[in-house]
Ligand binder design. Structure first.
Ligand SMILES: Cc1cc2nc3c(=O)[nH]c(=O)nc-3n(C[C@H](O)[C@H](O)[C@H](O)COP(=O)(O)O)c2cc1C
Length: 320
C-alpha cells in the first residue's frame, strides 16, 4: 500500500510507530523501519547519553528512515540539537507551536511530522509548514486530546490540504488503516499496538494487561501527571488501563494533591516492585481489540495486508 506519506517520509508502508516516552528502544524502532514502516525513538524523559547511544544502535540495526519524537514543551535543546547534528531523517513533535523547531529541522533537510488534537492546532501546524500531520483522537493511549478521531480526522484532512495526514488513537489493525484511508488519511500512527510486541520495552505484565483488556478498561485521567509532577497545558489527560490507583484517585484530584507526599511514597515503592495495580499502564481504547503479543514486523505486515484486503473487498462490492 503506497500513499502520499510514503513519498513524504521515504517509507514503503503507511504505518508509523508512535514515539512513546520511556517505552521505545532501538530494537522496536529498527524492527518497524526494517518492515517498511517508520519507527520513532521517543527522546523526552531520556538523557542525552541514552539518546546518543540509541541513535548509534538504531543505525547499526537499520539503514531505513526512522524518526525521533519530542513533546515540545518538555524538550531538552541539547538532545534536540544532537539529533539535528546526527541528521536524523524524521522529527516528530507533539503539543505547542512547531514553527521554530520545524525551521531548524528543515534547515538540515529532514522531515517534520506533527501530532495535533484540535483543528486550531492543525491550522497552526500548517502555518509552520510541517510535512505531515498526525490527527490524534481521544481514543489514544498516553497524553491525549479532547476529540474523537473519526470526528476530528476529516476536519484535519480538509485543513491540511496537500499535506498527508496520519490517523492516531485506538487504531490497532488493518481495519483501522482501511477506515483511516476512507476518512481521507494517508496512513496510521499506532502506539498501544506496538507496546504489545516482544521488542517494546514495556514489562511483560504491562503487555499482558493490554492483551487482557476489554472495552471500558481504560481511563483518561490526571492522576499520573499529578504523581509525576508534570503540568501539561490545557487540562490534557493521560489514558491508561484502570487500576487501584486510578480507581482511588480519579475524580478526587484535590484530595490527591493535598496528600501528595504520602501517595508519592507509595507510588515510588510500587514502581520499585512493578506493582501493576498501582503504576501507570498506559494504553489506548484499542487495547480491547489487541489479542496477542506480536513481533513489530508482523504488526506492520498484517496491518497493511488486512487493510488492502478490506479495501479490495469494499471496492468489489461498491454499487456501480
Ligand atoms: C505508552 C505511551 C507513551 C506515549 N508517549 C508519547 C510521547 O512521548 N510523545 C508523543 O508524541 N506521544 C506519546 N504518546 C501518544 C502517541 O503519540 C499516540 O498518539 C498514541 O499512542 C496513539 O494512540 P494508540 O496508543 O491508541 O495507538 C504515547 C502513547 C503511549 C501509549
Amino acid at each position: 500500500m503506497h500513499t502520499a506519506v510514503c513519498d513524504a517520509l521515504r517509507i514503503s508502508h503507511p504505518v508509523v510507530q508512535a514515539g512513546m516516552g520511556g517505552w521505545t528502544n532501538p530494537a522496536l524502532v529498527a524492527a518497524v523501519s526494517n518492515a517498511g514502516g517508520l519507527g520513532i525513538l521517543a527522546c523526552c524523559w531520556s538523557s542525552a547519553d541514552v539518546v546518543r547511544q540509541s541513535l548509534r544502535q538504531i543505525r547499526a540495526l537499520t539503514d531505513r528512515p526512522f524518526g525521533v519524537n519530542f513533546v515540545l514543551h518538555l524538550t531538552d535543546d541539547a538532545v534536540f540539537q544532537h539529533c539535528l547534528d546526527e541528521r536524523v531523517p524524521v522529527f516528530s513533535f507533539f503539543r505547542g507551536d512547531p514553527g521554530p523547531a520545524t525551521a531548524r529541522v528543515h534547515a538540515i533537510g529532514a522531515k517534520v511530522l506533527h501530532q495535533i488534537t484540535t483543528v486550531a492546532e492543525a491550522e497552526q501546524a500548517c502555518a509552520a509548514n510541517v510535512d505531515v500531520l498526525v490527527a490524534q483522537g481521544c481514543e489514544a493511549g498516553g497524553h491525549m486530546g479532547p476529540m474523537p478521531l473519526w470526528t476530528l480526522l476529516p476536519e484535519v484532512v480538509r485543513v491540511a490540504g496537500h499535506r498527508p495526514v496520519l490517523a492516531a488513537g485506538g487504531i490497532v489493525d488493518g481495519q483501522g488503516l482501511a477506515a483511516a484511508i476512507a476518512f481521507g488519511a494517508a496512513g496510521v500512527l499506532m502506539g498501544t499496538r506496538f507496546l504489545a510486541t516482544p521488542e517494546a520495552p514495556a514489562t511483560v505484565d504491562h503487555k499482558q494487561a493490554i492483551v487482557n483488556a476489554r472495552l471500558g478498561d481504560t481511563i483518561p485521567t490526571l492522576v499520573w501527571d499529578i504523581l509525576w509532577g508534570e503540568d501539561w497545558p490545557g487540562g490534557i489527560r493521560t489514558q491508561s488501563l484502570r487500576n487501584a490507583m486510578t480507581d482511588r484517585w480519579d475524580g478526587r484530584e484535590h484530595d490527591l494533591r493535598a496528600g501528595l507526599d504520602a501517595v508519592r511514597a507509595e507510588f515510588a515503592a510500587a514502581e520499585a516492585r512493578q506493582d501493576i495495580t498501582l503504576i501507570p499502564l498506559l494504553a489506548g481504547v484499542g487495547a480491547a481489540r489487541i489479542r496477542d503479543i506480536l513481533p513489530a514486523a508482523d504488526v506492520v505486515r498484517d496491518t497493511v495486508r488486512d487493510a488492502e484486503e478490506i479495501l479490495r473487498h469494499l471496492a468489489a462490492r461498491a454499487p456501480a
